[in-house]
Write a protein that binds this ligand. Structure first.
Ligand code: ATP
Length: 134
């Protein structure tokens, strides 16, 4: 079966590069499934899990937004942050979740509320990817 060369890159450097048969991700416009030969496109990504299906090996990665660029044989994910399940610090994500939940109880400050909402989404996404619940 033909494959796509997938690379996941963050401002801190490359996270993963490999050959995969399918990439599933959540763009801001909805779920996307990319197979070899997909039309070229660029799409903004949600805070979500990327699923990479390979011949023997599959991977999932928690990303905190960014962009997906699809070309005929390549998929590039430029993510604000990206972690494999083994790289996720669960205690840190749980603490971030609690902190964000506390901040969300204070609805006075709109700006702070929005930031807390995003922090909560990032923490829940990391916990879901770690626990494989997406
Ligand atoms: P925190 O409040 O714990 O810093 P955050 O959601 O604000 O969480 P980000 O700004 O998204 O953190 O990420 C900053 C850096 O820390 C990135 O390199 C990201 O990969 C890493 N990171 C954040 N949380 C975790 C985690 N729970 N496990 C592993 N790496 C993490």
């Amino acid at each position: 079966m033909s494959t796509l060369t997938v690379s996941v890159v963050t401002p801190d450097g490359p996270v993963l590069e490999g050959e995969y048969e399918m990439v599933s991700c959540k763009a801001e416009s909805g779920e996307l499934g990319i197979l070899p030969g997909h039309i070229p496109m660029v799409a903004p990504l949600s805070i979500s899990a990327i699923r990479l299906k390979g011949e023997g090996d599959s991977n999932r990665i928690a990303v905190s937004g960014g962009f997906l660029e699809v070309r005929t044989k390549t998929v590039t994910i430029l993510a604000q942050s990206a972690e494999r399940p083994s790289e996720i610090d669960v205690d840190r994500a749980r603490m971030a979740k609690e902190r964000a939940e506390k901040r969300l109880q204070n609805k006075q400050d709109q700006m702070d509320f929005k930031r807390a909402e995003m922090a909560l989404k990032r923490a829940i996404n990391r916990l879901d990817v770690y626990e494989n619940n997406f």
